[in-house]
Ligand binder design. Structure first.
Ligand SMILES: [Zn+2]
Ligand SMILES: [Zn+2]
Length: 350
């Protein structure tokens, strides 16, 4: 089979490997789609932060179970499944005991395509320990192409569920990638009053409006973001809740200093890898609540699949390209022209 293997910074090699065999408590999944995540791009650009052996990338996996090892009882050959982050422990760590498996202290090293040798940028993926891994069955009437978007969409879902968002709130979403787009749709479905979106690429604004944005502000062209937001809201203060979905330092600073009303909330959903300089005294006097959210739980993925199956949500236009494993660097991880790009999927059969 083919597998795209990360060896280090800007070093991904396409290799021919034997199809894995399932040992006890293991399972093999034939991958049909794997999403290219911003995390994969980070690993490609900078190297993996803690795992230094060759690893197959890919944590946004969908496919069909092709082999189950001895001792696996919950899955059968032919089951349609998702496999992704976060893995969790069976040692019953304090986070897992509270049901917060997304912040399991043992989860990361067990997560597909993130903490170990195996991931979904391949024809087949070996699930090394079924009990430790997030595996979710996909309902028959949900297409894999929609189901496989679970990673970005459930990040938004979890962030909103963890926030203090209430029906009728005025909200700002900073970021126009797949996570921002998902957040807009959930906020609209949840009854937000005005949804204002901050982005840097006006070409995406028509899509954002189709998803539910009421107003879009191009932060590169707007000299007074706070003033613009207050004018849209017809209020001397900013939005009730601001969702940082861009994963950029400037975006977080805008959220805190320009967008949120006194006593409102800034929810950090995007993953910001660079340092951010904050002067707490400048915003502390207005008591904004800074909160963060990380990935999602298995229950939230099931919730997403149920809403998809019932036709309550849909994400048209989210997938902007489907590429082969051979093209995963040039047209994926190292893609130069990212204009209008949202989610790229790899189909290993291409
Ligand atoms: Zn991801
Ligand atoms: Zn745990």
């Amino acid at each position: 089979m083919k597998a795209a293997v990360l060896y280090g910074k800007e070093d991904v090699r396409l290799e021919e490997r034997p199809i894995p065999k399932a040992g006890p408590n293991q399972m093999v999944v034939k991958i049909n789609y794997v999403g290219i995540c911003g995390t994969d791009v980070e690993f490609f650009r900078h190297g993996h932060p803690f795992y230094h052996e060759p690893m197959v990338l890919g944590h946004e996996n969908s496919g069909t179970v092709s082999e189950v090892g001895e001792g696996v009882t919950e899955f059968q050959v032919g089951d349609r499944v998702l496999c992704g982050p976060p893995a969790h422990c069976v040692e019953d760590c304090p986070s897992c005991r509270r049901g917060e498996t997304n912040i399991c202290i043992n989860g990361f090293p067990r997560t597909a395509g993130i903490g170990g040798p195996d991931g979904g940028y391949a024809d087949y993926y070996l699930v090394r320990d079924v009990a430790h891994t997030m595996l979710i069955k996909v309902p028959d009437n949900v297409e894999f192409k929609d189901a496989v978007l679970f990673d970005v969409i459930c990040v938004a879902l979890h962030g909103i569920r963890k926030s203090d968002f209430k029906l009728g709130d005025n909200v700002v979403v900073s970021g126009t990638g797949p996570i921002g787009l998902s957040a807009i749709q959930f906020l609209k479905a949840g009854g937000a009053n005005k949804i204002i979106v901050l982005g840097t690429n006006s070409a995406k604004f028509p899509t954002l409006k189709e998803y539910g944005a009421d107003y879009c502000i191009n932060t590169k062209e707007c000299a007074d973001i706070g003033g613009e937001i207050r004018s849209i809201l017809g209020s001397p203060v900013g939005a009730d809740i601001v969702f940082e979905c861009a994963g950029q330092p400037d975006s977080l600073l805008n959220c805190i200093h320009q967008c949120v009303r006194p006593g409102g909330q800034v929810m950090i959903i995007g993953t910001i890898q660079s340092p951010v300089t904050l002067s707490p005294g400048n915003f502390q006097i207005f008591e904004p609540d800074l909160k963060s959210a990380f990935v999602y739980t298995a229950d939230e993925v099931r919730m997403y699949l149920e809403m998809l199956a019932a036709g309550k949500i849909s994400f048209p236009g989210m997938v902007t390209d489907i590429i082969s494993l051979t093209d995963c660097v040039e047209r994926g991880l190292d893609r130069k022209d990212r204009t209008g790009m949202l989610k790229i999927l790899i189909d290993p059969s291409l």
